[in-house]
Write a protein that binds this ligand. Structure first.
Ligand code: MYR
Length: 131
């Protein structure tokens, strides 16, 4: 169900979320218009994710339940994993610099992919449409 290419359509509270993450204003302004696109290819419990934005393009391979490293566009490093619970992908990551938890989910709602973020008491969402 997640397979395909998704382009961000809108965000909710993403500014505040990035602020809580410690992203400075200039970067937040840029990130608000990052044209994020994600291509997801799931094969069993393995995922290949292609991410592209105004900041960068990269490929990420992960297996459900297996920890991996991921760096945000600003260099912040995370460590954690995704698990699948029912129809929802649950991501549990921690920042390497301060140990704080970053929780994220992905699920399909109608014809949209909704990704939620939760860090240090601030929640945000980004909503993607199929390309
Ligand atoms: C992926 O599945 O896309 C790779 C692993 C994602 C880890 C969690 C990503 C959280 C991104 C938060 C953006 C914060 C910007 C300040």
């Amino acid at each position: 169900a997640f397979n395909g290419t998704w382009k961000v359509d809108r965000s909710e509270n993403y500014e505040k979320f990035m602020e809580q993450m410690g992203i400075n204003m200039v970067k937040r302004k840029l990130a608000a218009h990052d044209s994020l696109k994600v291509t997801i290819e799931q094969t069993g419990d393995k995922f290949l994710l292609k991410e592209s934005s105004t900041f960068r393009t990269l490929e990420i391979n992960f297996t459900l339940g297996v920890n991996f490293d991921y760096s945000l566009a600003d260099g912040t490093e995370l460590h954690g994993s995704w698990t699948l619970e029912g129809e929802t992908l649950n991501g549990k990551f921690a920042r390497k610099d301060n140990g704080k938890e970053l929780l994220t989910t992905r699920n399909i709602s109608g014809d949209e992919l909704v990704q939620s973020y939760d860090y240090d008491g601030v929640q945000a969402k980004r909503i993607f449409k199929r390309c």
